[in-house]
Write a protein that binds this ligand. Structure first.
Ligand code: JFZ
Length: 473
């Protein structure tokens, strides 16, 4: 029994370590983002999940597929699209204040409506009363604010006549060829128009018809990468030749990172399989585009979203929080409030998130930990009743040595913490397995806080005898 266990652990750690990862500076920059913003905006923001006084409780951006809403009515909505409140600089400022380091914007959702003036279809922003490009000003404003821009692009396109979800006949196949050329043209057009973007975020790639284009999509991917060196593409662009999606037949991630969704935020590092990953997260349940009736569903609190962001970074991923502006280009108050609250927390505690990754500490009941160099950040979500955070530190690699916390501070209030028993150098308790435990006293100022806070510690290996001496002092 024991032998089998060990064997499994060995296989497991080998597979975690063998994930092939990009090592270039662009990808390194991506890993350090910590927090991102997703924006779903298109003509679906006009009905906002309601039609003829009735509310559609599916995702608002899917209302075109709702039986009650006639398709031709939906496809005429763009004639009213004139978002007077749209202000790219204001959007970028809001994202910056929230602490986002990258932004993903819907250039074209499943409905096929293009938020940029594409040459390849008339169904674009150019033919609305607004007339002007939306994507360009966003790329400029966000980039100027120091936020990297990624473009969301749906392969599903309900508006293109060559689009099919499955290819049953030769005629289907012929039509689909025109759709493939159209898709390629649009993608190259986006990269030509907006060379500042850092990557593409694909969606709507689960159709049989698209999965069958694996070889073609692979070469298209190469073409896209050649246009913008360092371009980052997630795992939902293409299938492999065997029809595997996400992970290829060899268990490797397809393209650069694992694109996760709200429903599969991982809980352990093992679940991530050692891949780079990010997770896009809705604020309400399963709503991406603007929905007038948003509050009928559970709305996540800033606390919960911060917890997800910290958790993601503790597992070597990024969290991307979604916003759905309304048909006028304004954000609902609930969303701006949430962004502000998150921003307040990030400006005080972001050090524990940005460029901070999985730490050497095991997961403990008080919350999550991240690490940057020799700083380890304990992000406390569950404050102990006795106000003492009990920290279990790992066994050092060297025999006869112990790990001691040489420094513990609360970065928010810039004060060294007292460690129960001794003072800054700390005493410890050792269990039979050689792990050490420290009690760090939470300062008075933080004992009543309802938001998570951060303790920054440094670990050092010292001689076991010396550590016991210290403990006695
Ligand atoms: C897709 C879209 O259909 C949706 O409208 C939105 O744009 C979202 C970001 O992406 O929806 C999905 C697709 C896959 C999962 C969840 C939502 N998934 O795998 O969990």
């Amino acid at each position: 029994m024991k032998k089998i266990g060990l064997f499994l652990i060995l296989i497991f750690s080998v597979s975690v370590l063998s994930a092939q990862k990009r090592t270039d500076a662009d990808m390194q920059r991506w890993r350090d983002y910590g927090l991102g913003q997703f924006i779903h905006w298109g003509v679906y923001a006009i009905p906002g999940g309601q039609w003829n006084g009735k509310s559609y409780h599916g995702a608002a951006e899917w209302i075109r597929s709702w039986n009650e809403m006639p398709v031709n009515e939906y496809d005429s909505l763009y004639r009213q699209f004139n978002p007077a409140k749209f202000d790219a600089e204001k959007w970028a400022e809001m994202a910056k204040n929230m602490g986002a380091k990258y932004m993903i914007f819907t250039t074209k959702h499943h409905d096929g409506f293009c938020m940029w003036p594409s040459k390849y279809t008339a169904y674009t922003i150019a033919n609305t009363p607004y007339k002007r490009d939306i994507v360009g000003p966003l790329v400029e404003a966000y980039s100027a604010a120091g936020i990297d821009v990624y473009l969301y692009f749906s392969i599903i396109d309900w508006n293109h006549k060559g689009y099919r979800s499955t290819l049953k006949t030769d005629a289907d196949r012929q039509e689909y060829e025109t759709f493939k050329q159209f898709t390629r043209n649009q993608l190259l057009e986006l990269l030509d128009n907006y060379p500042k973007i850092k990557g593409l975020w694909f969606d709507g790639t689960w159709d049989r018809a698209w999965i069958e284009q694996a070889a073609w999509a692979d070469s298209l991917g190469r073409e896209l990468r050649a246009k913008i060196p360092g371009l980052i593409i997630g795992s939902r662009f293409r299938a492999d030749l065997k029809g595997f999606r996400h992970q290829d037949a060899n268990g490797q991630i397809i393209d650069d990172y694992d694109q996760r969704f709200e429903r599969n935020l991982p809980s352990t590092l093992e679940e991530t399989k050692g891949f780079d990953w990010d997770c896009v997260m809705t604020i309400p349940e399963n709503q991406w585009g603007y929905h007038r009736d948003w509050l009928w569903t559970y709305v996540k609190t800033p606390y919960e979203l911060i917890e997800m962001a910290v958790k993601a970074n503790s597992l070597d991923g990024n969290l991307v929080i979604n916003f759905g502006p309304d048909g006028n280009g304004g954000f609902r108050k609930e969303e701006t409030d949430i962004a502000k609250e998150i921003g307040k927390w990030m400006s005080a505690n972001g050090e524990a998130v940005y460029a901070a990754h999985h730490s050497v500490l095991e997961k403990q009941d008080w919350g999550y930990s991240t690490q940057k160099g020799d700083s380890i950040y304990l992000v406390i979500f569950n404050k102990p009743l006795n106000n003492k955070v009990r920290v279990k530190v790992p066994k050092p690699a060297t025999k006869g040595m112990v790990n001691v916390i040489v420094k513990a501070e609360f970065p928010v209030i810039r004060k060294p913490a007292s460690i129960e028993g001794t003072g800054a150098d700390g005493t410890f308790y050792r269990d039979k397995n050689g792990f050490s435990y420290y009690n760090i006293l939470i300062p008075k100022e933080l004992q009543k806080t309802e938001m998570p806070f951060v303790i920054r510690i440094r670990l050092k290996e010292v001689d076991e005898k010396e550590a016991y001496q210290q403990a006695k002092m």
